[in-house]
Design a protein around this ligand. Structure first.
Ligand code: SF4
Length: 331
């Protein structure tokens, strides 16, 4: 469904009164992955790793600096805006913040009917029917069409965000941290709603999140990003049971285990994430990696297959098992 190859996004870093570029922030620096029809690909990493920028580049909400994006076989990387519009119908986004992603001046009915009119799907009575259908689909009532966004709770607003994305019957949804702004008590409801809709409608999600427990709950496969690059990609079961990159091991070791009988070794990373203005030479993770040695400082590792469908970018992937404790989120 979606094929991303060598995606790059560099932002100019500006300083001083005249705003000239003083360098380039390498937010996304050569990222490749596929999303298959009807699958959920989790994209996970610490804040600033480039996962959100990747999701937005895929939809051309942010223009990529390089690489290619193919959707349903068509190269959309440099497609003019006018020709992107019909594609927008099949690729939608659910934003992190349900408060600011809805227009406060539009009633829910008008907000949901707007994309139906823009894409020539329905108007008038048929549009009102479709709005009622969408509201029911996301667990709200058709009567809510008359209300305005400020009359809803956070969880209900995110349901509206989902309804708006679904209005045009997309095949792919980029879900950009869709539950991280919500109360813990309602996160599970929204996640279950997203999963239920995905199964019922055969949707594919690129699910962007920093919370590994959330990503595990929803994903078929998971890609881990560090400093603008994917460092590991595998199906969710093997990534969580047997991670093969030291960074993934460290991220997983920070996930709480709900079983005091099964304590887990904690791998605490030293230092901060380096600046994406000047990523380290060689392996970008080497200043924080407990397995780092001379080769890591010189040579950047490529993604290589370590098991069927499981790729990792580490020169010493065979030694990573020694860093792991008992299995975390699945324990
Ligand atoms: Fe660590 Fe070296 Fe592997 Fe990078 S290549 S993750 S520094 S062991």
């Amino acid at each position: 469904l979606l094929e991303v190859r060598g995606l790059v996004k560099h932002f100019p870093a500006r300083r001083g009164a005249f705003g000239g570029a003083t360098g380039w922030v390498r937010a996304v620096d050569g990222v490749s992955f596929d999303v298959r029809p009807g699958e959920v690909l989790g994209l996970v990493g610490e804040s600033g790793c480039g996962k959100t920028t990747t999701g937005r580049c895929v939809l051309r909400l942010v223009e990529p600096s390089g690489g290619t994006i193919r959707f349903e076989g068509e190269d959309i990387t440099r497609l003019p805006r006018r020709r992107l519009r019909p594609l927008r119908r099949r690729m939608q986004i659910v934003f992190q913040d349900p408060y600011s992603s809805l227009n406060p001046r539009l009633s829910v009915g008008s907000m949901l009917a707007e994309p139906l009119a823009i894409h020539g799907i329905a108007r008038g009575a048929r549009a009102r029917e479709r709005v009622a259908e969408l509201l029911t689909m996301v667990g709200l009532s058709p009567d809510h069409a008359r209300r305005y966004p400020h009359e809803f709770s956070g969880g209900q607003r995110q349901r509206l965000g989902v309804a708006r994305a679904l209005a045009v019957e997309p095949r792919l949804i980029v879900a950009d941290e869709p539950v991280s702004a919500l109360d813990v008590s309602i996160r599970a409801q929204i996640l279950n709603l997203l999963l239920d809709l995905q199964r019922r409608l055969g949707l594919a999600y690129l699910f962007v999140a920093h919370d590994l427990a959330v990503v595990e709950h929803v994903s078929d496969r998971v890609a881990v990003m560090y400093l603008g690059r994917i460092v590991e990609l595998a199906d969710a079961a093997s990534l969580y049971e047997a991670p093969r990159h030291p960074y993934t091991v460290a991220l997983l070791s920070a996930v709480p285990v709900p079983d005091p009988e099964r304590p887990r070794a904690r791998l605490v990373l030293e230092g901060d994430v380096p600046s994406p203005l000047r990523p380290p030479e060689g392996c970008r993770f080497h200043p924080r990696c407990p397995l780092a040695r001379e080769r890591c400082r010189r040579e950047e590792p490529e993604l290589a297959e370590v098991a069927p469908g499981h790729v990792t970018a580490c020169h010493f992937a065979d030694e990573v098992a020694g860093l792991r404790g008992p299995s975390p989120a699945r324990a």
